[in-house]
Write a protein that binds this ligand. Sequence first.
Ligand SMILES: *Cc1c(COP(=O)(O)O)cnc(C)c1O
Length: 407
Amino acid sequence: MQNTFEHALPDAKGYFGEYGGSFIPPELETIMGEIAAAYDECKNDPGYLEELARLYKHFVGRPSPIFYAENLSSKYGVDIYLKREDLNHTGAHKINHCLGEALLAKKMGKKKLIAETGAGQHGVALATAAALVGLECDIYMGEVDIRKEHPNVVRMRILGANVIPATHGRKTLKEAVDAAFEAYMKDPITQIYAIGSVVGPHPFPMMVRDFQSIIGNEAKVQFREMTGGLPDNLVACVGGGSNAMGLFTAFLDEDDVKIHGAEPAGRSLNLEGEHAATLTLGEPGIMHGFKSYMLKDKEGEPQEVYSVASGLDYPSVGPQHSYLKDEGRVNYGTIGDDEAIDAFFELSRLEGIIPAIESAHAVAYALKLAKQGEKGSILINLSGRGDKDIDFVVEQYGAKYGIESLV
Ligand SMILES: *Cc1c(COP(=O)(O)O)cnc(C)c1O
């Protein structure tokens, strides 16, 4: 089959311009080198690529469709299309890289997949891939997120994974990353850290991007079939940045396509700890093994961050996004909690699609473009479905949208 995983960046050391690289203890360097070499073999191995393609088609249900959102389009006076990653098995884009990572781990003879999870989506996707491929699975998750995303915790347990709470600091995604990293360091030989986004040391930002780039590869063909051309705008939400890189990669060389990333402004951009707008307000630095824009506190440590979307509250971002920001190829803007929740209800009630709160940030960004006078077409990456969020949304925001308690 055709190899769609070849890109100019990163360089051999994992750099996208000045970002990325690998800042890790010496004992991990050898292991990362082995993972990079194994991945290099896999991406040129027809057997591996065929198996991945088979699972994408018959297990995940790919290709995910593009849907023309007619009601939303006529209300906002612009053509809005949705790339339906919410329809994937497990309900989000994360299964795309989890299957790639699980097959790689199996090929390398690893016994256990370990990872952190925020909204629980990465945990569920990885536990799913582990069950399918036949590997053990330990998932680290902040105590706050465990409560907020309870249904996903139950799913992981049913799928046979261990869910291990991170109990320090804000007890959310960053702390889960710390805990998972610590566990990985204890045994990097039989375990593999299956990173949940385009972050971490080389080769992960490249590998996860490559696995996710199927989104944009499909979308380009599908959009041409539907309209005869390419979209004028792409929009995706940016937490770590994997669904965004997944959509963007196929279009980076298409100069006529404007590309937008939506970061979470949370409750306020003016208050430290109340947002996770890394590219908008951060500065270059090193954390979790790679160089990128990050939000630092006064001591230079990673800031505490917040978003109503658990999957978006991370104080750094994939290094390729930092590069694309500096190059001016992608516009990064912000969407606050309230705008995201508005878009969550707007899409639910106009199109019959309940989006993940993460994805609702992308929808809100597209509606903002329309309100600002954009007339061209907009292709939104609908990264996941909102089933995981419904109880939280109704509890916190139901009254504002006419949903009073029924119990
Ligand atoms: C995890 C998640 C995100 C954020 O992760 P990225 O790596 O930025 O894509 C966005 N949407 C959904 C539905 C998620 O589960």
